[in-house]
Ligand binder design. Structure first.
Ligand code: ATP
Ligand code: MG
Length: 525
């Protein structure tokens, strides 16, 4: 047992672990390789060992592609698996390996065993994805796992690092390796309330890498006389470029020009790249992020005048084009690049600390505060629902649409009841189909095409005998503070409660079996 307060940013491309040091400040834990962040890359070597982090990324080129797993976060919540040496792994188990590496390095350095941690998740993560992230923590050896949304964690770190004496509304722009999100939060001393959030699940540094790869391929194709598509079809070249493009991209964040090399058929080609050509090639990605900023503002009928500060986080925010584009689109706004690689993990650690204090207080064991000491700042968070939920209904014109009950960007917890009627007299049962979508609570948002939503659960309920077309059926949706949904259907004396569950949830047995996989994760090589 340890009283360490740890926060883990389990990122698509890089992960980071932070803790609260003896002075009560958040600090990032260096991994075994002395890095402050750890690549979220997993390598299965031929000795049956699992290597995670820098050495996995560095050695990736020496192994066949199917022994190296990266960006597993993008597969969370999906029915996906990989088979290596005859063993099959799901995204939860693979994420657990990354967590194990971070936790193992921390435990080794501090000579302790970690039991609990706060793990961060994107604000758009749905139920399955959150559930799997928690399970990954348990497989990695934790007894208790708390989740917090990444933008909220970043705002907590920001609020801690730059305390203000008035209520502030901030916009957190998080451009990471694999995903992009924008979140509007209100910070009022220790209270962090999410107001609205939006994003693109498949937009991040990797897309900028791909644009750079494209430029390099064109240059080398011209120089070598080999068709660009021939180069593109060569898996070795593409694997090398996946790695090199990222390195060159990072150099271009500080240098206006840089050089690189690529070997084709034993001949080494040297190429020059300048920042301008990279920026114009990747402009479409950037514009997409600006569109999403507009969209999130519009969802609450805000303009940029309603925002006090823009905070840029996520490693890709280091590209000068990001700040420039935002400044050009929103002139005169205060834009801060705030600790882009570490703020999420540090905010999670601060939240972990706050949870621990609340826990001690509840048990009457709160630490004494010396005279003149400032009491530790307490953090409370309020979230919004990340998805819109509704049920399939048949309208009078015979059309089948999703009738939405609770909407994304509404503050949690939420309870909402709507009345429906049977289609015909003496109907014996109804089938309730629950859909999630991105609809907003506005005029168009109340009815959504079934094609624009995902069916996430269904159940059938018997209706009491003798119901007529005029018998009301009350459907209530309840979303808890964590955004966990329960549906309740009531028709006269009949009622039924339904909790969402999914086929991907692992059983206790599967979890404990997976825990033994963690022994394969080695420190380094
Ligand atoms: N100096 C830099 N210039 C440009 N890009 C950078 C720089 N430093 C890091 N990056 C990029 O930032 C990305 C990683 O950022 P971060 O660690 O915030 O993402 P993540 O947490 O892995 O992803 P996500 O938040 O999408 O899950 C990578 O694409 C990396 O190449
Ligand atoms: Mg991130």
């Amino acid at each position: 047992m340890t009283d360490q307060c740890v926060g883990i940013d389990l990122g698509t491309t890089y992960s980071c672990l932070a803790y609260i040091d003896e002075d009560g400040n958040p600090a990032v834990e260096k991994n075994y390789e002395q890095g402050e962040t750890t690549p979220s890359v997993i390598l299965f070597n031929e000795n049956g060992e699992v290597v995670v982090g820098n050495s996995a990324k560095d050695q990736a080129l020496m192994y066949s592609k199917d022994r190296v797993i990266s960006a597993i976060k993008r597969s969370m919540g999906q029915d996906y698996s990989v088979t290596i040496d005859g063993n099959t792994y799901n995204p939860t188990q693979l994420s657990a390996m990354i967590l194990r590496k971070l936790i193992g390095d921390f435990e080794e350095n501090h000579g302790c065993t970690l039991d609990r941690a706060v793990i961060t998740v994107p604000a758009y993560f749905g139920e399955n994805q959150k559930d799997q992230t928690k399970t990954a923590g348990i497989i990695a050896g934790l007894k208790e796992v708390f989740l917090i949304n990444e933008p909220t964690a970043a705002a907590i770190a920001f609020g801690y690092g730059e305390p203000k004496d008035k209520k502030e509304r901030v916009l957190v722009y998080d451009l990471g390796g694999g995903t992009f999100d924008v979140t509007i939060l209100e910070i009022d001393s220790g209270e962090f309330s999410t107001v609205a959030t939006d994003g693109a699940m498949y937009l991040g540094g990797k897309d900028w890498d791909a644009d750079l790869t494209d430029i390099i391929l064109e240059k080398v194709a011209e120089e070598s006389g080999t068709d660009k598509n021939v180069l593109k079809d060569d898996p070795d070249i593409m694997q090398t470029l996946a790695y090199d493009s990222e390195t060159i991209k990072k150099r271009l964040s500080t240098a206006e020009n840089t050089k690189g090399t690529l070997t084709v058929d034993g001949h080494k080609y040297v190429f020059n790249i300048n920042r301008d050509e990279f920026e114009s090639r990747s402009e479409a990605n950037l514009l997409q992020t600006i569109d999403i900023i507009h969209r999130v503002l519009e969802s609450k009928s805000f303009t940029m005048d309603d925002i006090d500060e823009i905070i840029l986080v996520g490693g890709s925010s280091r590209m000068p084009q990001v700040k420039n584009a935002i400044a050009a689109n929103f002139p005169g706004k205060d834009i801060k690049i705030y600790d882009p690689d570490q703020s999420v993990a540090k905010g999670a650690a601060l939240y972990a600390h706050s949870l621990m204090l609340a826990d001690l207080e509840a048990r009457g064991e709160a630490p004494a505060i010396g005279e003149g000491d400032e009491p530790p700042r307490r953090v409370t968070i309020k979230n919004v629902l990340s998805k819109t939920f509704g049920i399939k209904a048949i309208y009078e014109d015979g059309s089948e649409k999703i009738s939405n009950l609770i909407f994304r960007n509404e503050t949690l917890p939420i309870t909402k009841t709507k009345i429906y009627y049977p289609v015909e007299d003496d109907q014996s049962s109804i089938k309730v189909e629950i859909f999630e979508s991105a609809a907003l609570n506005n005029e168009e948002g109340h009815k959504t095409d079934t094609d624009d939503g995902n069916l996430i659960g269904d159940f059938t309920m018997d209706l009491p005998p003798g119901t007529s077309k005029d018998t009301p059926i009350e459907v209530t949706f309840l979303a808890t503070e964590e955004g966990i949904l329960t549906a309740n259907v009531k028709c006269e004396d009949e009622s039924r409660e339904y909790k969402l569950h999914n086929d991907l949830t692992m059983t206790e047995e599967e979890i404990s079996k997976s825990q033994s996989l963690m022994e394969k994760v080695i420190r380094s090589e």
